[in-house]
Design a protein around this ligand. Structure first.
Ligand code: GLN
Ligand code: ZN
Length: 755
């Protein structure tokens, strides 16, 4: 038996990846410095692997995103970027003014750049896999080049599609939904992939890893035929190990018949793959790559149990490789530096490096190594104990009743009560919550955290920021104000720090896209709110103005989906625990006179399982969790906010959340999102249209904003529309924010009078 690991986080022990990129973008370092720094990280990643596992990949250190790398590899450079000029074009595509669209990778919080395949013509533009393979082989290190499989690449991409059948129809980019078109693109990709495989084979590579997670989505027979055909055409050059992850493969029998040497299966996301191996057997001429360690959760594995599983598996196949269940980049690098975790938690955790150690330990145990034996039994003892239990919290969830999930008054009547109080104009304007987190704000927070300033000083500082942001918003003329979120590092971490049963880390950084990192909290016990969390800042903000100030909360589904969570309690129960904590906050805000409360749920959609057959169950509890925490007085207006979500297929579920207003992104997706609401019959809720992209420093023109609104007004009654940026403004600076919001308010005002 051998061990394999892949997807190790590229961030570096001290977030070197982030500083390298950002320094390069700021012009502080040269391209040479960047390359050198990236090479150091490359070496560091492989050093991590080499210490613990037998097999490991190369071609893992993308400068921005591995899907983008694949697009560049095959020469899929949209014409608006002109001729590919190396890094400058690469970063234009990633983060320039007309960058590729960004969206979430399957059901994770990793964002990839959506390739735009203008034509089914490809050429080998950059042979990244070969370059990287050679880089290591010159050092005498053999690696398994890692490639995104053609099928998954196409599933993640967009291609031109006719919007209707008229001969004048415009071509719009859309996901490829016809097998014929997939086939056409695949045929064009295959020769190129063959070329890459050949180059790798002549450089000495014996095995490539092909990541094909799209095989876990529900697929038709035709699609399986296509995938089989693709592998037929790629076969015979070198050994291919296909990796699937995040879910069980959609058709086990088809999968194990693929003409490849190795088959990777995720054995932790559900039991289906394992049951199929046992029930249907595993081909004896193939290598089973068993993903037995959860790459998405931080829990230490019970090594003894895993070793028993490995023994079972080795009865089913001739050649076994054990591995992580999915890429390890969803995890922080190591638990080692964490010295402020709640009592008893650290020894239960395994981040990426510890997962590698676990693979080694399992192998050691199987081979009868004495030390491994002792270590494994020590771990079992730790894991047999309980942590963070709060029986009264469990009791509160158990006694929930039907009516706790239902607002007492239907929307039609609520809206009147709300409008009487709020008295808002047509096309009300607002923002999503955060305002610039300037250098000063961050410095003060660090100073406070490190004890360099007192709590009073910090609070006084935050109050000053709130005063300023209220004044700015009043001057600009926004209708519903916010307090700016200056006291928050991150929308989930902030609440995690205030809630019992959730731990936060000091160094547990994870990349979400580009150089953007966040520290997912760890839900390890029953969740409870013991003190108000947002009351002080929100009511202070409200005391400064006669305009309504929005209470600002992060929703239960997002807190859950953007955290690691325990596995001994069902997920819906954790969601209800968090929802109850938030409900207590909602009640406190109401008592303090807050009339509008926004509960952000940007992770609501991405949390949906990969297979549709599992959607009903997920959305059932996700919707209930949202309804539970938003069960406010009828006159309290409940907003929610979602960004970077594909709404098309889930609009019905979203509607059932029963909010009064939802704000969505609409500019980067070029208005495509609005269509989802248009197509939904009986949509009666208010929608805040994200009229400009806050991820770009560009200041939107008034006319541009008006155009987006006018398009929305064609399909959504104007009475339902709100006007806002597409997300929070915390990453922008004041010089960008003020003129942008002015233009936004002006646009709304002009449209109001034209109406
Ligand atoms: N209220 C949050 C903010 O404004 C929402 C962030 C988000 O949706 N990602 O920053
Ligand atoms: Zn957002």
């Amino acid at each position: 038996m051998r061990t394999l690991a892949y997807g190790f986080p590229k961030l570096g022990d001290r977030r070197e990846f982030k500083s390298l990129l950002e320094n390069f973008w700021k012009g502080k370092i040269t391209e040479e410095d960047l390359t050198e720094g990236m090479n150091r990280l490359r070496d560091w990643m492989v050093d991590n692997y080499r210490q613990y596992v037998d097999l490991f990949p190369s071609n893992e250190l993308s400068y921005y995103d591995f899907v983008l790398d694949t697009a560049v590899m095959v020469g899929a450079i949209p014409s608006r970027f002109g001729k590919y000029q190396g890094l400058s074009t690469y970063f234009e595509m990633a983060r320039g003014k007309r960058a590729l669209e960004m969206t979430k990778y399957f059901n994770t919080n990793y964002h990839y750049l959506v390739p735009e395949l203008e034509t089914p013509n490809f050429h080998l533009l950059k042979n990244f896999p070969l370059e990287d393979y050679n880089y290591f082989s010159q050092k005498g290190i053999d690696t398994l080049p890692r490639l995104l499989a053609p099928y998954t690449f196409l599933v993640l991409s967009k291609a031109p599609k006719r919007t209707d059948s008229s001969p004048f129809a415009v071509l719009q980019l859309a996901p490829i939904d016809s097998v014929d078109v997939l086939q056409q693109y695949a045929s064009a990709l295959i020769p190129l992939y063959r070329e890459v495989l050949k180059s790798l084979a002549s450089a000495g590579a014996k095995v490539v890893l092909m990541e094909d997670p799209a095989l876990t989505k529900e697929m038709t027979d035709e699609e399986w035929r296509l995938v089989t055909e693709i592998y037929h055409q790629l076969a015979g050059i070198l050994d291919i190990y296909v990796l699937t992850y995040y879910d069980s493969v959609s058709n086990y029998e088809r999968f194990v018949q693929l003409p490849v040497k190795g088959l990777g299966l995720d054995l932790v996301s559900n039991v289906e793959n394992l049951e199929n191996i046992k029930k249907l057997g595993f081909p004896q001429d193939k290598v089973l790559i068993a993903g037995i360690l959860n790459g998405r959760q931080v829990w230490r594995a019970n090594i003894e149990q895993k070793a028993r599983l490995v023994e079972d598996l080795s009865k089913e196949c001739r050649e076994l490789v054990i591995s992580n269940s999915c890429p390890l980049f969803h995890l922080p690098i190591s638990v080692e530096p964490e010295d402020q975790l709640p009592e008893g938690l650290k020894e239960r955790l395994a981040f990426a490096r510890e997962k590698l150690q676990e693979l080694k330990l399992i192998k050691g145990l199987i081979e009868g190594d004495r030390q491994a034996l002792e270590e494994a039994s020590r771990i079992s003892k730790i894991l047999a104990t309980d942590i963070g239990r709060r029986d009264h919290v469990r009791e509160r969830v158990r006694s929930l009743k039907e009516e706790d999930f239902r607002r007492s008054v239907p929307y039609r009547e609520r809206i009147k009560l709300q409008q009487d109080i709020l008295n808002l104009p047509l096309l009300p304007t607002t923002t999503i919550g955060s305002f610039p987190q300037t250098e000063e704000v961050r410095k003060m927070r660090t100073a406070y955290r490190n004890g360099r300033i007192t709590q009073e000083e910090y609070k006084a500082f935050i109050k000053k920021q709130i005063e300023h942001v209220i004044k700015v918003q009043e001057e600009i003329g926004l209708d519903v104000l916010v307090h700016g979120e200056f006291e928050r590092t991150d929308m989930v971490e902030f609440f995690a720090e205030k809630l019992e049963g959730i731990a936060t880390t000091k160094h547990g950084w994870v990349l979400s896209y580009g150089s953007r990192v966040y520290r997912p909290p760890i839900i390890y016990g029953d969740v409870e709110r013991t003190h108000p969390m947002t009351l002080e800042e929100i009511s202070y903000a409200q005391s400064l103005t006669s305009k309504p100030v929005k209470g600002m909360l992060t929703g239960p589904v997002t807190i859950l989906n953007w955290s690691y969570y325990r596995e001994d309690v069902p997920k819906h129960e954790i969601a209800y625990q968090i929802a109850l904590a938030l409900l207590d906050e909602v009640r406190d805000l109401e008592k303090a006179g807050i009339k509008v409360i926004q509960i952000d749920e940007p992770a609501f959609r991405e949390g949906a399982p990969i297979k549709r057959r599992d959607w009903e169950k997920y959305f059932d509890w996700a919707i209930k969790a949202f309804r539970l925490c938003s069960n406010a007085q009828p006159q309290t207006q409940i907003h929610t906010h979602m960004c970077y979500s594909e709404f098309n297929e889930v609009i019905e579920y979203i509607y059932q959340m029963d909010f009064d207003v939802i704000s969505i992104e609409a500019s980067r997706s070029k208005g495509e999102i609005i269509a989802a609401f248009e197509n939904f019959k009986g949509w009666d809720r208010q929608i805040g249209i994200g009229v400009y992209d806050i991820h770009s420093p560009a200041i939107p023109e008034k006319e541009e904003i008006k155009r987006i609104l006018e398009r929305a007004m064609k399909v959504i009654p104007v009475e339902l529309l709100w006007v806002n940026p597409d997300c929070g403004l915390k990453t922008r600076n004041w010089e960008e924010v003020i003129p942008s919001l002015r233009n936004m308010v002006d646009a709304a005002r002009e449209l109001r009078t034209e109406k």
